[in-house]
Design a binder for this molecule. Structure first.
Ligand SMILES: O=C(O)CCC(=O)C(=O)O
Length: 330
């Protein structure tokens, strides 16, 4: 597809009020013949949305989650940071260099919490009918919530550690097929290039899983923030500027990351990776994912005294939750 036509399509998708130009309409009807590979045939999405996801690997839906729900999640996050609420199994991540906390004086900033499946209030996000309606378009009716995160990107110290390196989420997942996995990521406030919005490389979901390692950043890099070196640096990048409540659904092979937070506030987003319960676990031994398995199991051993026979798949099986339909496989 010509670069201008692609941009036209992207702009029209991100700003649905824009009128379709004859060029983009023509591109749409001629560029997507045949079967859909990345999305299921279903009545929830209009053909243009399905085609957009097929081509680009993401779909942005404006104002999907209410302010009221987002405020409830924000308040619960604050209670967790202040240790008023204890969540079994939760992973609290802190920035490598940023020491000033938002809520608790003299505490290191919380940059992310992961695995909140045992917190009833935050887990409500993964069960919202407005989210699941879209998720079903990728997973089908049997839906598992696999991975939950509330990301609290702190103001950058100048060392650029608040960046998230370009990566593919599938690197972390020992289950397949990739097309039946989707991430929902909701902005809890306005996100733009100033506070480090998501940046995506449209169309990269059509490629394969790449090798991920810690980037060699002079200012340091946060734990578990693996990145890819081997991507085409000339590939077009799109900064997803979003309003509060806007939600992007994206494919686990889509290369994405986020920039530095140059503001004084903490940029918040909530997300869940969903998968069809019909997916299967894989053994990642001997694959490019072996490094993440080792790291996860090492942490598991220290934190929970995990047995040496436990695999990455066992960890995911334990923490995942059914949110719709039947737990058929995962
Ligand atoms: O919210 C962000 O800054 C990026 C999050 C992300 O890509 C991830 O945690 O995998």
């Amino acid at each position: 597809m010509a670069a201008t036509a692609r941009l036209n399509l992207l702009l029209r998708h991100l700003h649905p009020d824009l009128k379709a130009s004859p060029t983009s309409a023509e591109v749409t009807s001629h560029s997507f013949p045949g079967k859909l590979r990345y999305i299921l045939e279903n009545p929830h999405l209009i053909p243009e949305q399905r085609q957009f996801y097929e081509e680009n690997g993401f779909l942005l839906v404006k104002k999907l989650v209410s302010d009221e729900n987002l405020e409830t999640f924000r308040e619960e996050f604050e209670r967790i940071c202040q240790k008023e609420v204890v969540v079994p199994g939760l992973t609290v991540m802190r920035d490598v260099v940023i020491s000033k906390s938002e809520y608790v004086p003299d505490h290191q900033a919380v940059s992310k919490i992961q695995d909140f499946q045992n917190n009833e209030i935050l887990f409500r996000y993964c069960c919202l009918p407005e989210i699941l309606k879209y998720v079903e378009c990728f997973t089908g009716p049997n839906i598992m919530a696999m991975h939950t995160m509330l990301i609290n990107k702190p103001p950058d110290s100048g060392k650029k550690t608040s960046r998230h390196p370009l990566h593919q989420d599938l690197h972390y997942f020992p289950f397949r097929p990739a097309a039946q996995i989707v991430c929902a990521w909701t902005a809890m406030e306005k996100v733009d290039r100033n506070n480090g919005c998501l940046v995506v490389l449209p169309g990269t979901h059509k490629g394969s899983l790449k090798k991920h390692v810690y980037p060699d950043w002079p200012g340091g890099v946060n734990k578990m923030y693996h990145g890819i070196h081997d991507y085409d640096p000339s590939h077009p990048r799109l900064h997803l500027e979003m309003e509060k409540g806007d939600t992007v659904f994206f494919h686990p092979l889509l290369i994405h990351g986020s920039g530095t937070n140059q503001t004084r506030g903490f940029r918040k987003a909530i997300s869940c990776h969903f998968a069809s319960a019909d997916c299967s676990y894989i053994n990642v031994k001997g694959t490019s994912q072996e490094n993440i398995e080792e790291e996860v199991l090492e942490i598991g051993k220290k934190k929970y005294n995990l047995d040496k026979d436990v695999s990455l798949a066992d960890v995911w099986c334990f923490k995942s939750r059914l949110v719709q339909g039947e737990r058929t496989n995962l």
